[in-house]
Design a protein around this ligand. Structure first.
Ligand code: URA
Length: 240
């Protein structure tokens, strides 16, 4: 059971304070009856809660897309540097939010922030084979040989094995601008795999996870909610 005002704020309809106002204005109904108090108990799984006559579709968890800027840590809290959670607007700040998967401090692009641990676990599990697409700017052109070895999978000197990556170029005439798609997410995987073939990654951006692409309208640091349909697209198999 959950208080009505808490329910409305948890669904990002309004703040708790605004919820009290909506209730006073008789704009909120629970199971067809105008709500009398904003602290009334509701059962989000069963009750039909309407605002201005429109049912609020209950979402237990939050799923947020961020265009991660450079210089920000993919962590929940840190004493020395700002984190992606610090960047969230107040109306989306909620206990328990964390980034599902990490991007390095200097990596930009698509980051998913959620409070759904099972979802994050599933998305990150290698057996789910959720491909993540990156665009890397290299210090020198990737050779045919380098490309071929990344495409068959490499084993680093320390024994770390990387699964085959899908490699392509934005433009064949500039082999420093490379798309790389991987299904694992080992520590510094993209940087280490390019280092293995003699290239340094100067800039790295993530542009897609599964079939969910970074929203081009999001400026660095901006966020928006991910729809149910988009959420499913993360696991909808990926045909490059
Ligand atoms: N691989 C890296 O090396 N860095 C990232 O941020 C993501 C993937």
């Amino acid at each position: 059971m959950m208080r009505l005002d808490k329910f409305l704020s948890s669904q990002n309809i309004c703040s708790r304070k605004e919820a009290a106002k909506l209730v006073r204005e008789k704009r909120v109904a629970v199971n067809g009856v105008i709500a009398a108090r904003s602290d009334m108990k509701t059962d989000p799984e069963r009750d039909i809660i309407e605002v201005d006559g429109e049912a609020v579709a209950y979402r237990k968890y939050l799923y947020i897309m961020m265009n991660k800027p450079q210089g920000v840590l993919s962590a929940s809290s840190d004493r020395s540097a700002p984190t992606v959670i610090d960047l969230l607007p107040d109306d989306l700040k909620r206990r328990g939010l964390f980034p599902a998967g990490r991007l390095d401090k200097d990596t930009t692009g698509l980051l998913i922030i959620t409070d759904d641990g099972d979802f994050a676990h599933k998305m990150l599990a290698p057996k789910s084979e959720v491909y993540k697409l990156y665009r890397a700017q290299l210090d020198k052109p990737l050779s045919d040989k380098g490309k071929a070895s990344l495409e068959t999978g490499v084993t680093l000197a320390d024994g770390t094995r990387f699964r085959p990556a899908r490699i392509s170029f934005n433009n064949e005439n500039d082999r420093t601008d490379v798309f790389a798609e991987i299904s694992e997410g080992k520590y510094h995987e993209i940087k280490r795999m390019f280092a293995f073939v003699g290239c340094e990654v100067e800039k790295l951006q993530r542009i897609r996870v599964g079939n969910l692409s970074l929203d081009e309208n999001l400026l660095p640091g901006e966020v928006r909610l991910i729809s149910e349909k988009e959420l499913k697209s993360i696991f909808s198999g990926h045909n490059s």
